[in-house]
Write a protein that binds this ligand. Sequence first.
Ligand SMILES: Nc1ncnc2c1ncn2[C@@H]1O[C@H](COP(=O)(O)OP(=O)(O)OP(=O)(O)O)[C@@H](O)[C@H]1O
Length: 288
Amino acid sequence: MDRLDMSDDTDAIIRVRGLKNQFGEQVIHENLDLDVRRGEILGVVGGSGTGKSVLMRSIIGLQTPAAGTIEVFGENTIGREETEATEIRKKWGVLFQGGALFSTLTVAENVQVPLKEFYPKLKPALLEEIAGYKVVMTGLPANAGPKYPSELSGGMKKRAGLARALALDPQLLFLDEPTAGLDPIGAAAFDELTASLQKTLGLTVFLITHDLDTLHAICDRVAVLADRKVIAVGTIDELLALDHPWIQEYFNGPRGRAATDAQDRIAKAHDHNRDAGTEPASPQAQRR
Ligand SMILES: Nc1ncnc2c1ncn2[C@@H]1O[C@H](COP(=O)(O)OP(=O)(O)OP(=O)(O)O)[C@@H](O)[C@H]1O
C-alpha cells in the first residue's frame, strides 16, 4: 500500500524518524516515521496494543527508544541533559489517560504542580491566580478549585487534567484518550473544548483516541498505527481512499459509518441553527 504523507514536512513541530521501541523480545515500533504539523489536531489511531501510548511516551521523553530520532520544536529530545530537557518539556502539556490527577491534592493544587516544578520562585498568590484562571478556562466552575478529584465527575476530572496540562501555556498538547469513559454528551463537550482551546491558543494537538466521533469532529488529520509503524497519515477522506483492511474496517465498519452519519447530521443541524442565528457554527464547520 502507498503510504500517505511520507514527504518531509517543513513546518513539523514533531518529527519522528526511524523509531524503534521494544520491550524484551517484543518489538512495538520499527522504522516508524511521523510528522505533526504546526497548528493541527492530529488524531492517532490503531488497534489495542499497537503502541500509541508508547509512541507518545517516547516523544515526551518517558520512554527511551531503541533506535531512531525524535525532534520537537526542531530540538532532538532523546538523551538530552536534564536542564536542556526541562526547557523543552516546558513547551508541552500532557493529559494522561484518565486524567492522572494527584488524589491527595485539590484541583487547584494539581494545576499548580507543573508551575511549582518549573517556576519554584512563583509566589503563592500568583500560583493561585494562574490555577484559578486555568480551571475556568477548561469550563470548570470556579468553585472546583478547592475540590478533590474524588469529588469530581469523570468529565470534570478530564477538564481538571486539561487545566493542569495547560498550566505552563504550552504550544503543544498531548491528549491520551481524552473522551474514554465519558458519556456521548460529555465526550462531545470535551471535543468542543479541545477544538476551541486549540483555536484560541494556537495549539498543536497530538490526540490518541479510539473515538470515531472525535476524529470526525475535530481532527485535521489522522495517523494510523499498524504493523509497528505509522502506515498512513491524512484526512479521513484520504485514508478511506486507501485499500488497507484495518483502515477500511475501522472507518467503514458499522461504527465508523454511524460516526460519519452522526457527524453529518450534527454539522447540518448546527449549520441550520447558525443560519437561523441561534448558535455559532459547529466545531466541524469552524474547522472547514
Ligand atoms: N513499560 C512497559 N513494559 C513492557 N511492555 C510494555 C510497556 N509499556 C507498554 N508495553 C507494551 O507495549 C504494547 C503497546 O502498548 P501501548 O499502551 O502503547 O498500546 P496502545 O496502542 O496505546 O493500546 P490501547 O489502545 O489499548 O491503549 C503493549 O503490548 C504493551 O503491553
